[in-house]
Design a protein around this ligand. Structure first.
Ligand code: FAD
Length: 391
């Protein structure tokens, strides 16, 4: 691995840091705890600022309005933006749109790009990815997929029930994973506009956290007619393409989470340096220094695992083992970092004023969404035992 950072990427890192410190962090004060998200009018104003500062869709090629970063460059910029939970959305690089953009960039044809991809890149619309289903359907084990599309002339008739689809309320289209003619082997991805007859957004499921628009939704598809031109890629490519999306999307989650873990510890550092207790600064107590040291080691290890997986992706290699290692480690570290920061900040850390409470509620999902820790451990262990991955 080459640890040198190109000048251009350092410049982008600095812009991202400036955007977070001067725009995103102050704007967090407008967070609406009742609605569980930022007010829309503020979001739209701040998105204009992100565009004017040149930090819009940083993950995309320059030809499409992005910064032309490779995966390591993306890690460096996303880990800056991740310091504020609202900054990635302000820069149009948050889940699920960021992962959906990546998938459409790779798999959509020219006509699909005009209809779905470019409006997403411009920030005119939002999207969602619908894979997970209520029991007995797909969750940790995608082979339990129930949603089915039946060929009818040139169209497909889609029936199914999905839930926990992030951003679906207000999304313009969904990328839906479904079997075809009840064949699991023919699982495919369909681009479904949300004004399609038969589609219902049943509810935004009330959840513990969430700072993004569109919630985490339960969806129903009842005889939804999807034209063949809305198949993403080819029929039977559903699992291959979902890996194209989910692999890098898990890693970009890690990049943002590293930022939030660092921010939490920065908040704790400011408190520990300013607080006098038992005749000295809280920061001077060895017990507190060891808390910083222990979580610092984990954050740094998680960042290196993330960079390693990014490096493999840059080289076009098989990064699945490295991504599972990073996703497992960083999601657990994020929660531990926030919890450590709350402990160091005492009662004020537990309040909403220090934002750690908001971070903590959001972070709990990290160990579940995009593959629970247990599934990543299963994959890692199996690969090591079978020899698919080496020690
Ligand atoms: C905030 C949030 C956002 C989400 N966004 C989306 C989205 O946009 N689109 C989408 O399709 N899905 C989304 N999901 C769903 C997410 O991907 C699933 O929750 C995840 O895949 C786990 O599936 P499940 O919830 O059905 O849990 P289940 O499959 O029922 O698993 C329950 C638990 O079993 C344990 N477990 C599972 N496998 C094993 C194993 N092999 N060994 C031991 N224990 C195991 C784990 O602890 C797991 O949490 C989201 C979830 C959350 C919480």
């Amino acid at each position: 691995m080459d640890f040198s950072i190109p000048e251009e990427v350092i410049t982008y890192q600095n812009i991202a840091r400036e955007f977070v410190n001067s725009i995103a962090i102050p704007a967090e004060d407008h967070y609406d705890y009742e609605k569980g998200r930022m007010p829309e009018e503020i979001i739209q104003e701040l998105r204009k600022k992100a565009k004017s500062m040149g930090i819009w869709t940083p993950h995309l090629p320059k030809s499409e309005g992005g910064l032309g970063l490779d995966m390591i460059g993306t890690a460096l910029v996303f880990s800056e933006l991740g310091r504020s939970p609202i900054a990635p959305y302000l820069c149009n690089c948050d889940a699920p749109d960021e992962g959906n953009m990546h998938l459409l960039h790779v798999a959509a044809n020219a006509e699909q790009k005009e209809r779905f991809y470019f409006p997403l890149v411009r920030g005119e619309i939002r999207s969602a990815f619908a894979m997970t289903e209520p029991p007995p359907g797909a969750g940790s084990d995608p082979s339990s997929l129930q949603t089915n599309a039946v060929k009818d002339g040139d169209d497909y008739i889609l029936n199914g029930h999905k839930w926990y689809c992030t951003g679906a309320n207000g999304a313009k289209f969904l990328i839906v994973m479904a079997k075809v003619n009840d064949s699991f082997r023919r699982t495919s991805l369909f681009l479904v506009p949300t004004d399609s007859p038969g589609y219902t957004m049943i509810q935004e499921i009330p959840v513990m956290g969430s700072h993004g628009p569109g919630g985490h939704c339960e969806l129903k598809f009842e005889n939804v007619r999807v034209p063949a031109e809305n198949v993403l890629g080819k029929i039977a490519e559903g699992f291959r393409l979902s890996q194209v999306r989910l692999g890098p999307a898990r890693l970009t989650h890690c990049m943002r989470w590293i930022g939030l873990a660092r921010r939490s510890i920065e908040i704790a550092r400011d408190y520990a340096v300013g607080r006098e207790l038992f005749g000295e600064r809280l920061a001077d107590k060895q017990g507190i220094q060891w808390m910083f040291a222990e979580i610092g080691l984990k954050i740094e290890s998680g960042f290196l695992l993330t960079l390693k997986a990014a490096d493999i992706l840059n080289r076009g290699g098989d990064a699945r083992q490295a991504i599972s290692l990073a996703k497992w480690q960083v999601s657990e570290t994020l929660q531990e970092a926030i919890d450590t920061a709350i402990q160091i900040c005492g009662s004020h850390g537990y309040s909403r004023y220090m934002k750690l409470e908001l971070f903590a509620k959001d972070a709990r999902a990290a160990r579940i969404a995009d593959g629970p820790s247990e599934v990543h451990k299963m994959v890692i262990g199996r690969n090591l035992i079978s020899g698919k991955a080496s020690f």
